[in-house]
Design a protein. Structure first.
Length: 108
């Protein structure tokens, strides 16, 4: 798998899973849409990752790293509260984020 495919999968996962969390919630919060914003940003950087533009690759790597850290914090608080749906959605986003970070570090 290449870096741009891993970034694309991560961006789409952030986008669709955050929409699923927002619309699937009994009382939706705008906080559920924060990963959607980062997914859109990563989608906009994906063409630069495809062509190996160092600035855009680094930006995608930093954004992915920060979003993954935020999601890990959310995952740990969801574990304490016992919310299974939040655990599944954040776990999915964390796993694609970690894979994207690995492939962005490795390069093409």
């Amino acid at each position: 798998m290449s870096a741009h495919k891993a970034n694309l999968i991560n961006a789409l996962t952030l986008f669709f899973v955050s929409l699923w969390a927002y619309f699937g919630s009994l009382n939706p919060s705008m906080r559920d849409l924060i990963p959607l914003l980062f997914g859109v940003i990563l989608l906009s950087l994906n063409n630069g990752v495809l062509y190996g533009l160092k600035g855009q690759v680094r930006a995608a790597m930093v954004i992915t790293f920060l979003v993954t850290l935020i999601l890990i914090k959310l995952f740990s608080s969801a574990m304490n509260n016992g919310k299974t749906d939040v655990l599944i959605s954040t776990g999915l986003m964390i796993s694609t984020g970690i894979v994207a970070i690995i492939f962005l570090i490795r390069g093409k």
